[in-house]
Design a protein around this ligand. Structure first.
Ligand code: FMN
Length: 168
């Protein structure tokens, strides 16, 4: 099992990476964290592609106007979900929890990652599905570029007390 050292207050979106591969063991820990997420009725609709093939990373990087930073990443996860699950209307929410877990584990392992949205935009979902050659029952949810951060980044403090409503 993964040691729980997630750093919620350290994670940032990392879009520039060292030219250095991510160890298989760390990839395994990130996937384990991703699948430790909560999901509606515990349906666990997620599946992940782990892409290190340069040619495919290049195509994924060009799949939307906002995914260019994936181009130089040593690794891109494609988070996807099974269309047939117990509560399909919750699949995107479940995947969001899963991707956040993966990002936090990446950070805890000294890696950096960025979530790049694909779902719910159907044209982008179709494009990514085609690039990865997913079977019919799977839908693309997000791309997560990952690698060792090229520079230090500091997280913004976004705590805003005016958004908290206490009811005693
Ligand atoms: C649903 C979602 C979609 C996102 N899509 C992109 C994207 O396409 N490209 C990108 O560079 N960052 C993307 N991001 C990252 C956000 O830009 C980033 O989380 C936000 O600016 C806050 O910065 P931080 O992650 O460093 O705290 C996405 C984040 C989320 C949650």
């Amino acid at each position: 099992m993964s040691e729980c050292r997630n750093s919620i207050f350290h994670r940032t979106s990392v879009r520039q990476y060292e030219d250095r591969p991510v160890e298989k063991e760390k990839v395994g820990l990130m996937l384990r964290a991703a699948m430790a997420a909560p999901s509606a009725m515990n349906q666990q609709p997620w599946e992940y592609y782990v892409v290190t093939r340069r040619e495919m990373i290049g195509r994924l990087a060009e799949s939307t106007p906002y995914t260019g930073c994936a181009k130089e990443a040593p690794l891109v996860f494609v988070a996807c979900y099974r269309r047939e699950c117990l509560r399909p209307m919750y699949a995107h929410i479940d995947l969001s929890a899963s991707v956040e877990n993966l990002l936090l584990e990446a950070d805890a392992l000294g890696l950096g990652a960025v979530w790049m949205g694909i779902a719910p935009l159907e044209d982008r979902m179709e494009t990514v599905k085609e690039i990865v050659d997913m079977p019919d029952g799977l839908e693309a949810f997000a791309l997560i570029a990952c690698g060792y951060p090229a520079k230090e980044q500091t997280q913004q403090d976004r705590y805003d007390e005016t958004r908290v409503h206490y009811i005693d």
